[in-house]
Design a protein around this ligand. Structure first.
Ligand code: GLN
Length: 304
């Protein structure tokens, strides 16, 4: 693939692409972002790097960190994890409570909020200092010591996370949360508050494009079998009740966050991160999805 030509075609497409949707406002700190920001970065398995726009600017990765939490929890807990969280698409919004009641506190998948809260509970059970060890895990994968939490976002979410509190309390009532609710929630809000640029994000996620081994640092983050399964979960569950639409229009495993970021993986080829803060009604970046659709259509690089 000629990535330089591709970046220039995307740049032309951006000039005509409308930008619809709204910046997330239910977390007050996220409202402050300039809605006109746009960044894109591609990192390839042969360690090439291509960026466009604000690709070096850090933003709140929000739910994209759920994939990284899944990676560490799956690595530590192995297949025991699946006794406590399922691998089925939810077809419901990321913070929905409906299924959780009739499915007896077992979340549909690890990439909705309820599922990620279970991942956090697993990590809190296994790690001595979850916050420090988790951020170190990311810094090691990428070889990038600058990845960090944002305490303003953390505080803002903690003050307003009523639905997450409801989800975790419901799961605790079914016995699916082992640690103290406050401890697990605190760790969850830390994960949501991680900031990275498109460049950093696409580089961290490269291990999923290379069967679990990070091409730059050569670290085996997870086994090839686990890497394949994490990609499968992203494909089916990474966009909540819009996972079908993302598979249909883009055709890559990926994950979105309400900060307007999207990461997508082409196994064997590249990892791409896009950031545009205006979200569609399902809470996914409007422009981010359109640009990824343009990219995979133009280059015929969907996995299907
Ligand atoms: N921090 C957000 C929440 O818990 C994450 C949601 C998202 O990015 N989809 O509500």
């Amino acid at each position: 693939m000629n990535y330089k030509k591709l970046i220039s075609a995307i740049s032309d497409e951006l000039k005509v692409l409308e930008d619809k949707g709204k910046v997330a406002s239910y977390i007050p700190e996220l409202k402050k972002i300039d809605p006109g920001k746009f960044g894109l970065h591609i990192a390839t398995v042969d360690n090439k790097s291509y960026g466009l726009g604000d690709y070096n600017e850090k933003f709140s990765i929000q739910s994209i960190s759920k994939v990284l939490a899944l990676t560490l929890a799956f690595k530590i807990d192995d297949n025991k994890l699946w006794d406590r969280v399922d691998v089925e698409p939810s077809g419901t919004p990321f913070n929905s409570m409906i299924q959780l009641e009739y499915e007896k506190g077992i979340p549909r998948n690890p990439l909705i909020n309820a599922g990620a809260l279970v991942l956090c509970d697993v990590l809190v059970s296994h790690l001595k200092n979850p916050r420090e060890e988790f951020i170190e895990f990311l810094r090691n994968i990428s070889g990038d010591p600058n990845i960090d939490y944002c305490y303003k976002i953390f505080e803002s979410e903690k003050q307003t996370g009523f639905r997450n509190a409801a989800l975790i309390n419901l799961m605790k009532s079914f016995g699916n949360i082992k640690n103290k609710i406050e401890t697990v929630l605190d760790f969850y809000y830390h994960l949501c508050s991680i900031e990275m640029s498109c460049k950093e994000l696409s580089q961290v996620f490269l291990y999923l494009a290379a069967k679990g081994v990070h091409p730059a640092t050569k670290i085996e983050v997870v086994s090839p079998s686990k890497s394949k399964r994490i990609n499968a979960i992203m494909q089916l569950c990474g966009f909540y009740d819009e996972a079908g639409e993302f598979a249909f229009t883009v055709g890559l495993p990926g994950k979105s966050g309400v900060g307007g970021g999207i990461v997508a993986i082409h196994p064997g080829e590249f990892s791409i991160a896009v950031w545009s803060p205006r979200l569609n009604k399902k809470g996914n970046s409007y422009k981010g999805m359109r640009i990824l659709e343009f990219l995979t259509s133009k280059t015929e690089s969907s996995i299907f």
